[in-house]
Write a protein that binds this ligand. Sequence first.
Ligand code: BG6
Length: 504
Amino acid sequence: MTDNHIYVIFGASGDLTKRKLVPALYALFVEGLLPEKFALLGASRSSISDEDFRDRMKTAISEFKEIDDSSKIGEFVHKLHYTSVDFKDEAAFANFKQKLGALREEKEIGGNTVFYLSTPPSLYGVIPTHLASVGLNNEEDGWKRMIIEKPFGYDLDSALALKDKLLKSWNEEQLYRIDHYLGKETVQNLLVTRFSNGTFEPLWNRNYIHHVEITAAESIGIEKRGGYYDKSGALRDMVQNHLLQVAGITAMEPPSSLEPSAIRNEILKVFQSIRPMKKEDVKTHVIRGQYTTASANGEKLQGYRNEEGVGPNSITETYVALKFHIDNFRWGGVPFYIRTGKRLPTRVTEVVIHFKRTPHFLFSQGSMGNTCNQLVIRIQPDEGVMMKFGMKAPGSGFEVENVNMDFHYSELIDKRIPSAYERLIHDSMKGDTTLFARTEEVLEAWKFLSPVIESWKNDEDIPVYGYPAGSWGPLAADELIEDKAMTWRYPCKNLSNDGTHCEL
Ligand code: BG6
């Protein structure tokens, strides 16, 4: 059971609060995982009443359903409260402190508090400083934790400045940098697949693995987020955080225990071992693209530059593919390939371990072609794990067919998979930092990407390839793959009926 506490959400009128945070908190309530005494205090600029806030959240919980049981919504929303705060005004935090204090007294909840920053990133330094100015970082009357959404900084310098600002009034142990990919059940399953099976770990190294491929494809465009996305781009939005974290878990050494610091130290070591990219290599190691107007499945999809909030000459990338090496004993010589993009043909996130070929191939290859054994860890959707291997095709001769051995999470029918936010919010209540990124990890990730950010900004010779919306991105990305007999995995042979996702 978690300690009694108040959960404060700054940015309570925003999209994330209604789509993810409050539905996840409701699911925790239904599952009986909230403490006996609990209150949620939403804070935003707009001035609305507690009742209005509850009504909005009621609608949100029904619309962005996390859990089937809706019978407890009425009971849950009684725990919700609201206060309006001008976040930029330090003086407003004295009022905020009073409101929080009154709520604590009324509900007889001690001083334990989680503060969740679901605000524009420009406020990530401001709100914690203002909270500290009224003593709300002080843990004498109970723990205080600060959850910070991504992006943590815009580049290495701004991330360092933000770190310094936060650490003036908060301790590293109080800061929870959320990366919702780490909350995904299947990302955590990477740890279990690797470290609970005697079969995989002995093979998980340069002797048997040819290369590692990590894909996060999205079929949606940028929705209504042009204002944010055009300043960010795919590198900052997906690679710096989510995909490098997934790479970290894929490549880490076995931790000595499941203690948060044991796991996080190993991920950090991976980041510290990534070979720094030279500026002159950016052009050949990183491919950027932007989707252009096209028709897919009979529907016209508009190009990125026509999206709301995007300039007509924008060169922001909506697609990135990159190659890197991890210079350590386990991974020496094994290329890692990462790609992500908006408006690709489907939504799929997966890690593919490509094993080396046998030293000598005795048989005719049949459907196996040039592929070799692959272990596919499907993060979403249709979460699962699949092993591809060669079998004898029935009949005369020795023709080898590629067959799959697969497991789908959906087969565990009696188990509900909690959402990433549900898992991470619950961890933050318990004080478990295992699945949150540490400052050094975030800084290492920025350090690795700095030459890319710099070169893209300054070197006009580096192209932004256009790719038709609904396609797999720029063809130039194929050139990244060192072994010319190999390609990226295009996992879409069996598209679902509605065309939104493909089977494992
Ligand atoms: C967010 C990005 O962090 O992750 C979005 O800002 C992206 O642009 C989203 O769409 C992807 O998350 P998921 O869980 O749908 O893979």
